[in-house]
Design a protein around this ligand. Sequence first.
Ligand code: FES
Length: 312
Amino acid sequence: MAHTVRVHSTTWLAPGVVQVEFRDPAGADLPAWEPGAHLALRLANGMTREYSLCGDPADRRSWTVAVLREPNSRGGSSWVHERLTAGTLLDVEGPRNNFPLEPAERHLLIAGGIGVTPVRAMAAELAARGGDWRMLYCGRSRESMAFLPDLREIGGDRVRVHADDEHGGPPDLRAELAEVTPGTVVYCCGPEPLIGAVEAALPDPSVLRVERFRAPQAPESAPGEGFEVMCAASGARVPVGPDVSVLDALSAAGVPVPSSCQEGVCGTCETKVLGGEPDHRDFVLSPAEREAGGTMMICVSRCRSAELVLDL
Ligand code: FES
């Protein structure tokens, strides 16, 4: 759902990291959210970018995100840093949660760099619940890491900080994860090398829940055959060639679907499937959700059958 919000304040958290607090322009309560949720910001330059909510879910008056200015980004973080000032009105979509906290005996939270944003909200929630949890927060140096005092207050000794410059490199994740016991669910958000290292180090990858900033690789296999999309609501039939995404084919045919990352990581283009055999290539749906069917991310996923019927 779209909302117009006003920038209430901006705060410098760490080098290159700005926190932006949004409020309803009329002072009304904002829709509720749960840790792991993100907002999609519609930037005035035509881009949409997702940022995790990192504040307090109990505070219905504000939504807070923290944004690292990425020199090699596609422009979204620079725009946020340069253009969002107190009083700015902005359209946002969400909150949407692709990274929800599941009930578990124990939670292990692992954050790398700006990946701390959803994890900070999770830590606060688990601390409030009195749950059995701990957190590993990794970064290049303590100076570069946002929310350190906040996390110390939330978790005390439950939060272990690993600054690469103090240890001569990244953490030994095999040692860190050796004590993951049955009943523990592991949440990880951070750069791809950290997620890859956690995936490699965990004896049982089924306990891992991740949120990625970017797709880890180009679409894994050959694009495959072409197929036809049938739009159930309008009756339109749209051919999708082997080298074209469903999203692009629909857009070219005058059936635009909201999208953002176009890499299968944000969930913005999720579309209901009514028929056909989706070939899921996204990083949002869990194996169980894929098995259950129902939706697909049409920016990257394709179809194994000759016809795909979408609820469009
Ligand atoms: S646009 Fe992000 S998952 Fe498709």
